[in-house]
Design a protein. Structure first.
Ligand SMILES: Cc1cc2nc3c(=O)[nH]c(=O)nc-3n(C[C@H](O)[C@H](O)[C@H](O)COP(=O)(O)OP(=O)(O)OC[C@H]3O[C@@H](n4cnc5c(N)ncnc54)[C@H](O)[C@@H]3O)c2cc1C
Length: 482
């Protein structure tokens, strides 16, 4: 028999939930920010499926956009072929953008510092609670910056007279030019000023003897970790759905509608299967990543395209995230210039040296991920399903990482060539202007995977407690730019 005390406690709790005002919460965007928001709303102490209806609307119905047709479509099959897909139902369309095509690095040394420590801790707690090591590839890792000298790929020679030479003049390659910058370049220290520590022995998948010219440790397992972003995002969606969130894919929001007095959110309008639908909404979270400005023009989030590849290595590679600076020699395939479209298979040889900075992340599923620089020659399309991949830019990355590692080059197998849009300018997290119920969570730059759990938790507090409680918004507060 239950003692009177727990009975009283239970009835107090249920009264509290009953007394919290009913809410119709709509989350726009099925990337990592929208899915983490959905998850943390359902884990908030005041959440009740009886009084809070939560709907997540995602514009796309497919994750195939932004990947070449020969790319793998389901990374879960690599991580854990037996069970991963069952535990992370595909929800095609969820994580179809940057949240499915990012590197997945997490770090206590990321920015902005007002939310980083909370988010790093939440990642750790989520991984412990749900077996994130198996389910979404969570592990602690090292991060390093390396200077390398690339070798020429087969078929290219230093006199530039191989069959790939198109005979055009090379506008970018005189001397050792800085051809492209890495995404996390703000963290790169001047390597010459740092003590050279020598490469650790387990970095055996890098051709250290021939390629490495300088090495500097940046992060250790104490302060650095990683996830597979697509699997993590799908898991958050799945865990939120289990507690009552309704996920609707193929639902592109076209407007956020206010009450007649203009003071509160009243509904959102979205298009699905060619029909227009209206969803009553008291609280609307705009988590549309690089698309945010199309719904909230006052929030200055911009978009830049970035390409990446996934390579299966002959053996699992040790847990390093590498911020590279690679010197390409004369005769190396010329990287596609930032402001022009590439021509697949037609990279002419470089006439001078050039430095590039692809980032390489070893993953526990027997692959390595590498990404290149951003470009802005193709405007953000309407949905993730229509993202255009420039195969030549993927080939650039493949040549460059293959020039410093046989495991990533001649002995590796390219599994995916992909592109997505990086949201820039923020992050912005919090109420938008004076419209009651309107909240933004977007613009997370190159640290959106790292900062998604804190963002989701803070948004859940803003909606259900009226203010953020677990961390200060600091520079993320949208009122600073409105
Ligand atoms: C190459 C690359 C590498 C990266 N590496 C890392 C890393 O190592 N670590 C890290 O922390 N971060 C990394 N990032 C950054 C990270 O990927 C992003 O910050 C993060 O994924 C942004 O998530 P999001 O949910 O805001 O946006 P998105 O993932 O773009 O999701 C937004 C979603 O909103 C949907 N949407 C848009 N408009 C509408 C609408 N009107 N109606 C309905 N749905 C809509 C879109 O379809 C999309 O699915 C990387 C980014 C890139 C590009």
């Amino acid at each position: 028999m239950l003692s009177p005390a727990p009975v009283r406690l239970l009835s107090t709790l249920s009264k509290r939930k009953m007394s919290s005002p009913p809410k119709d919460i709509t989350i726009i965007g099925g990337g990592i920010i929208g899915c983490c928001t959905a998850y943390f709303l359902t884990r908030h102490p005041s959440y009740s499926p009886e009084t809070h209806r939560i709907t997540l609307l995602e514009a796309s119905t497919s994750n195939a956009g932004g990947r070449t047709p020969d790319s793998i479509t389901d990374p879960a099959t690599l991580a854990d072929p037996e069970t991963a897909s069952k535990r992370n139902p595909a929800h095609d369309g969820i994580a179809g953008g940057a949240s499915g095509k990012a590197g997945g690095l997490l770090a206590l040394w990321a920015f902005p510092q007002s939310i980083v420590p909370l988010s790093f801790k939440l990642h750790d707690e989520l991984a412990k609670e749900y077996g994130g090591d198996k389910r979404w590839g969570y592990r602690r890792c090292y991060a390093s910056q390396i200077d390398c000298q690339a070798r020429l790929p087969p078929g290219f020679s230093s006199n530039g007279t191989n069959g790939k030479d198109t005979g055009e003049t090379d506008p970018v390659s005189s001397g050792a030019e800085h051809g492209s910058k890495g995404l996390h370049k703000d963290h790169k220290k001047e390597i010459k000023a740092l003590q050279k520590l020598g490469a650790p022995e387990d970095l055996d998948w890098l051709d250290t003897e021939e390629a490495l010219t300088a090495y500097e440790g940046m992060g250790t397992p104490e302060n650095t970790a990683q996830v597979h972003p697509e699997l993590f995002t799908r898991s958050m969606a799945q865990l939120a759905e289990e507690k009552g969130v309704k996920i609707v894919t193929g639902a592109r929001v076209t407007s956020i509608n206010k009450t007649a007095d203009g003071k509160s959110v009243e509904s959102v309008t979205y298009e699905k299967d060619g029909k227009e639908e209206r969803l009553p909404t008291t609280d609307c979270v705009v988590a549309a990543g690089p698309w945010t400005r199309r719904l909230l023009p006052e929030i200055p989030v911009t978009a830049a395209r970035a390409h990446s590849v996934v390579i299966k290595t002959p053996k699992p590679v040790s847990a390093y995230a590498l911020f590279t600076s690679i010197m390409l020699p004369v005769g190396f395939p010329t990287p596609t210039p930032k402001d022009s479209r590439g021509a697949p298979g037609a990279q002419r040889p470089l006439r001078g040296q050039q430095i590039v900075e692809p980032e390489i992340y070893a993953r526990p599923d027997g692959t390595a991920y590498a990404c290149g620089p951003t470009d802005d020659i193709v405007e953000l399309p309407q949905t993730t399903a229509e993202v255009e991949v420039d195969v030549a830019r993927c080939e650039d990355i493949i040549y460059q990482v293959g020039g410093i590692s046989d495991d990533l080059g001649k002995d590796g197998q390219v599994l995916a060539k992909q592109a997505c849009y990086l949201p820039q300018g923020g992050p912005y997290i919090g109420p938008v202007g004076h419209t009651k119920g309107l909240v933004v969570a977007a613009g997370h730059t190159c640290w959106g995977i790292q900062n998604a759990p804190a963002t989701g938790k803070l948004v859940s507090e803003i909606i259900l407690d009226g203010k953020p409680k677990s961390a200060r918004l600091g520079g993320c507060d949208p009122s600073l730019v409105l």
